[in-house]
Design a protein around this ligand. Sequence first.
Ligand SMILES: Nc1ncnc2c1ncn2[C@@H]1O[C@H](COP(=O)(O)OP(=O)(O)OP(=O)(O)O)[C@@H](O)[C@H]1O
Ligand SMILES: [Mg+2]
Length: 619
Amino acid sequence: MNIYKIMNESEEKIISGYISSINGSLIKIKGLEDQVRLNDLVKESNHKILGEVIQIYSDHVIAKVFENTFNLKLNEEIISLQEPLSMELGPGLLGQIFDGIQRPLEATFLESDSRGFLKRGVDIPSLSRKKKWIFKPLRKVNERVNMGYVIGTIQETQFIEHKIMVPIGVSGKITYIAEEGEYSIIDEIYRLKRGNDEKTFNMIQKWPITKNRPYKERSYPQEPLITGMRAIDLLFPIVKGGTVAVPGGFGTGKTVIQQSLAKWCNADVIVFVGCGERGNEIADVLKQFSEITDPKTGRSLLERIVIIANTSNMPVSAREASIFSGVTIGEYYRDMGYDVAVLADSTSRWAESLREISGLLEEMPAEEGYPAYLPSKISSFYERAGVVNIYGEDDAGKKNYGSLTIIGSVSPPSGDFSEPVTSTTKRFVQAFWALDANLAYSKHYPAINWLKSYSKYPEFVSDWWYERDIYWPEIDIDWYECRNQINNILSQENELKNVVQLVGEENLPKNQQFILFIARLVRNSFLIQNAFDLTDCFTGIKKLIGQVKLILLLFNEGKQLLNRGYLIEDIKDLKIINEILRIGRSVSNDDFKALERIKKKLINEIESLKLLHGVFKKK
Ligand SMILES: Nc1ncnc2c1ncn2[C@@H]1O[C@H](COP(=O)(O)OP(=O)(O)OP(=O)(O)O)[C@@H](O)[C@H]1O
Ligand SMILES: [Mg+2]
């Protein structure tokens, strides 16, 4: 938000009132009631503290304040800024860390001050005015441009070319465009004329956080967002433009999943909203991102990330804004044609801030004290995800697309998924990765429960996977069929669980014992994945398909051997099984030859088993 600009503008015509009462983070203001609209920003003039109008009455308005109210006094002056809370959008967002209302936080601040308190009333602009960027113009004088047209570009980081777009709702004829050269974001870059009206533009755009940025039309998602987590990419896939909830009780691995996504998923830009989590966790994320280099470019991963941090000890109102601030920044990069992922950890802390403010307003509480509008707030967050045909000029008649994926973790108290935030979120998302405390206790990470989780996306992405399949004649089935077979094995294991408890595994028929054996192999070699192991942390698509196919090859060959009277013990004793178990950690993603070798060995061992028993039987 351009606070400087707002100050200057407001100096021209100050609309002000005064504080008539203070209640926690809410203040009652008199004198502004017929001057402000709902959601307009107000600013306390002594301490320069910001607030947002949330109720208007005939003789006063109520504003929630984004900072601590502890030394505000009655009768202090409040100025109306005459605009809603908006994000300042432009070059310099990437690699930055902001609070919920886009005040830049120094990385060092979070590390040094474990209490995480902000200096109040910091009046610094969101994006640096001093930094110079190299602007490359793409248009000429006299060209006509509409909203979304790209005027020029800036190499914001090694990864991302920042497109300077004509703001939403603006069009006209270019009367001036800056030459290639160094400019700050407040320097004039172009001028547009429409009728007699001529306007000048710099690189900054502003957009209110609660309003969806428009697009031409929605499109069907077709491409998976590859996460590198095997359980997700095979069993519960997600698409670019999709929505996911990751519910899980205390310590079940939500943050580790979100951090792995931020590091490895194949989105171009990541917006990480650390919502109400511990300050040191955010500092930890920062440290990790700055240390990790992208395998493709060798540059710091921080260069594709915007972090919004609201630790639990920062004021609640800013926390409430933070997920919408994140999604607004996400939409802005989507509008440049990028695949963006917004990761919110955790939306429960965010929902708690809604509850806190609603309580102060003495609104009628609904379930568990959450306000009745909790569902509409949650849906207004997730509905901003999608693949869209973006505004701007089509490339040689080809439509341009951008996508925004939203993945929100939920921390239900005592892991109860029927509580309001989890159950409401479930209604608005298309994929659900349910984290299980029992799996986490037994060190099965990621603790995604394969029976309670689901994804509605497999049909959308099966063609994409089909095109990238590896052809092994011995196991000629595609990703979709592999997925079905693995699901089948896991659900059969679940059905057999009760019988095993009654009669013991060794008393089951051999083919059922074999299903249990393979299901264990699936869990231990495939579903379990160590996020901290250098090789295991990310599984590429070829390795994933290879790994599943090896397990299924063993399963199918083993079944046939059993049917022909071979002993289950002999199959379980195949030496290659140990190697299959270790693939996650031992085979790197680009080492496809290693998978071929394992496959050959598996086939050889099965052949020798057949031979051995052939000899044995002959005797
Ligand atoms: N994929 C994984 N690989 C290895 N260890 C993991 C994995 N996921 C989680 N863990 C372990 O579990 C611990 C807790 O995980 P995490 O902090 O992500 O839980 P959380 O659900 O975010 O907890 P909280 O409810 O406190 O926010 C981690 O510190 C790590 O030791
Ligand atoms: Mg966490």
